[in-house]
Design a protein around this ligand. Structure first.
Ligand code: GAL
Length: 428
């Protein structure tokens, strides 16, 4: 089958490198004693419920196989890495990289590569024969001129509509909405019951919602076109998509602190719908204390986000070897675990994602994850905005700002102008 992968694009790093540090848990103590040498600083944003379970599973394998190294969890809290990515930019700018960091395959990673911040990993790809087990199209997203710069650990799906079956039933809705129009009608029906039609989290979750609404409104080809040299952000189809976004947002509940409390409102029956990536599955499904220990189809259910059935809006978490990593050997040891079948099969069922490797043990991926694997093999592809595939960090940040302003003023025309300007400024 012919997969439609978006070409990774060149990146202007100005925005990336001017982001401000915002603090975090991961700063190394000064000094370079022996134990410091052994410490492997792994930078991610997987601290919260659900996410941390996946990291822990991979960490355990690392620790078992590498008694000579100490895993140092430099995760910075905040879903989607909004805080983490800003802090990372300042660390890289100051040439104080962690030993390895999480970066999204696609435009985001290309930004780090173009800025000269990463070591190529061809030696590791050769040693572990990774080109045989990772999809070539994914390798293309993390390569420049034949050099590969990261190890992808998973594939996540962004365009998932999570819903509470009982809340829908009480509102007289018999199945998940298939189109944006049906979705808007259903949001209205839920509103009449007094429940929250759509739960929402912090600022970035609105951008996450936007990417699904753009895809569902425009269709896959027109959405993918927005990230090419022929993009036209000024079209009437984009205006209509933004109007849909405005209408959908008008049904959103009070913004929650992050994606987990917003997802929880659905699992607890306070809200009907939430559009969120499939890390939400790990959170719903994993047993307490990491997850909510909920039962799928009863406590929560899922469908493709409205208007996007047949398209997989993808993203992929990958780990890197930064130039100047204080503990290169330790970082490589971590990358080996991240690249391994054992590591990916421990990490992904907990994380709510499917493995990047093609040879993973399929029997470990049940329930939502079995559906996910199936969709991944048959769907058309579109890349996520918020999670680094189609827009570099500078562009994504501008889109975030535009969404933030729009949430205040609700002015569609102004919003569209801001998105046109963001595309122009992106330099991608
Ligand atoms: C994404 C990341 C996922 C998950 C999500 C929510 O950017 O790729 O692994 O962590 O944010 O935090």
């Amino acid at each position: 089958m012919r997969r439609r992968w978006l070409a990774a694009v060149a990146v202007s790093v100005a925005g990336l490198l001017t982001l401000t540090a915002c603090g975090g848990s991961g700063d190394k103590a000064a000094g370079g004693g022996q134990s410091e040498q052994k410490k492997v600083e792994v930078f991610s944003w997987w601290t919260g419920p659900g996410e941390a379970d996946g990291l822990k599973a991979m960490r355990e394998i690392f620790e078992k196989g590498n008694p000579g190294f100490t895993f140092y969890d430099a995760a910075v809290a905040g879903g989607s890495g909004d805080q983490a990515r800003a802090l990372l930019a300042s660390k890289l700018q100051a040439n104080q990289p962690p030993d390895t960091f999480q970066g999204h395959a696609g435009a985001e990673l290309q930004g780090y590569i173009k800025a000269g911040k990463l070591e190529p990993l061809n030696f590791l790809y050769d040693e572990l024969k990774l080109k045989d087990v990772l999809p070539q199209e994914l390798i293309d997203q993390i390569s420049v001129q034949g050099q590969v710069y990261s190890v992808p650990v998973n594939i996540h799906r962004s365009n998932v509509l999570w819903f509470n079956p009982s809340v829908l039933k009480d509102a007289g809705i018999s199945e998940a909405p298939k189109t944006i129009e049906e979705f808007i009608a259903d949001l209205g029906k839920v509103k009449e019951t007094g429940k929250i039609p759509l739960s929402i989290g912090s600022q970035w979750t609105a951008v996450h919602l936007l990417e699904s609404v753009l895809l569902g409104s425009l269709g896959t080809d027109a959405y993918n076109q927005l990230w090419t040299a022929n993009a036209d952000w000024s079209g009437a189809n984009v205006t209509k998509a933004l109007e849909n976004f405005k209408t959908i947002l008008s049904y959103a509940g009070t913004p929650q602190e992050d994606w987990q409390p917003a997802a929880k409102q659905v699992a607890d029956g306070e809200a009907a719908f939430n559009i969120m990536g499939d890390w939400a599955y790990g959170y719903f499904h994993n047993p307490a204390p990491g997850g909510l220990g909920k039962t799928s189809k009863t406590d929560f259910d899922w469908a493709a986000s409205p208007g996007t059935d047949g398209t997989f809006m993808w993203l992929s978490d990958s780990f890197t070897l930064p130039k100047g990593a204080p503990n290169k050997d330790g970082a490589v040891a971590w990358l080996k675990v991240a690249a391994s079948k054992e590591g990916q099969d421990a990490f992904n069922p907990k994380k709510g994602s499917i493995p990047a490797r093609k040879d993973a043990d399929k029997s470990l991926y049940q329930d939502y994850l079995a559906w996910d694997l199936e969709q991944w093999s048959s769907d058309k592809l579109a890349g996520s905005i918020q999670h680094g595939v189609v827009a570099n960090d500078a562009w994504r940040t501008e889109i975030n700002d535009a969404v933030g302003l729009f949430q205040q003023d609700q002015d569609v025309a102004k919003f569209q102008q801001a998105l046109i300007a963001a595309a122009k400024n992106s330099g991608q």
